[in-house]
Design a protein around this ligand. Structure first.
Ligand code: GRF
Length: 204
């Protein structure tokens, strides 16, 4: 029987609101060509792990602190193989993956970044810093980008973007929340479906 869904692993480190958006998308039919079958966290205390457990998704904790970055990657690869994973989603995963890793999974890793790439992206641009810099620059429009991951941080091919206006008196925190709600949580599940469907059909 041909596969009806590909298997997805989500890599997380923190609160996991983007993971939740993917879980919700599975439940409401937006994500139908793929199934989140594994959540890997480098941080045992991440709330994302609880979200995965609540959704009955298998979890693995693989800490860079315990194994070092290379050891962590080797263990992640073992998990991906064991669970026959077809697509990897970085949803707030706070480690930069090595070029060896990203080359091994060419066009099989996607990431969500909280700005309109190529603005406010690259090494050092993560978390609140992205929004702090956007506010410092005084941009009137920001947003989020979902892109393939390659060896250049935030440098892979863009899959989807969504713009969000910047209200006056925004703070980095208020802007972060706005970008998540209006952009990230919408385009990540959509992009995940687009790419899952292409993999399922053998188009990529
Ligand atoms: C998001 O802003 C995402 O764009 C970035 O890290 C944050 C993760 O948040 N890569 P969460 O863990 O999904 O709530």
């Amino acid at each position: 029987m041909p596969k009806t869904k590909i298997s997805i692993a989500v890599l997380v480190s923190g609160s996991g609101t983007n993971l939740q958006a993917l879980i919700d998308a599975q439940n409401n039919g937006i994500l139908k060509s793929g199934k989140v079958s594994l959540v890997i966290s480098n941080n045992a205390d991440a709330y994302a792990v609880t979200r995965a457990e609540n959704a009955n998704i298998k979890t693995a904790i693989i800490s860079h602190k315990e194994f070092g970055d290379a050891g962590m990657e080797a263990k992640i690869i073992d998990q991906l193989n064991e669970n026959k994973i077809d697509l990897i989603i970085l949803a707030g995963f706070m480690r930069i993956l090595s070029a060896d890793f990203t080359r091994k999974y060419d066009h099989r890793i996607i990431n969500v970044h909280p700005s309109l790439i190529p603005s406010f992206c690259g090494e050092g641009y993560y978390g609140l810093r992205v929004h702090e810099e956007a506010l410092k620059k005084g941009v009137k429009v920001t947003g989020a980008t979902v892109h393939f991951v390659n060896e250049i941080p935030d440098g892979g091919e863009i899959i989807l973007q969504k713009a969000v206006t910047v209200p006056e008196n925004s703070t980095p925190k208020s802007l972060q929340k706005r970008v998540m709600k209006l952009a990230e949580w919408k385009i990540l599940p959509k992009a995940c479906e687009i790419i899952s469907n292409k993999i399922l059909k053998g188009e990529i």
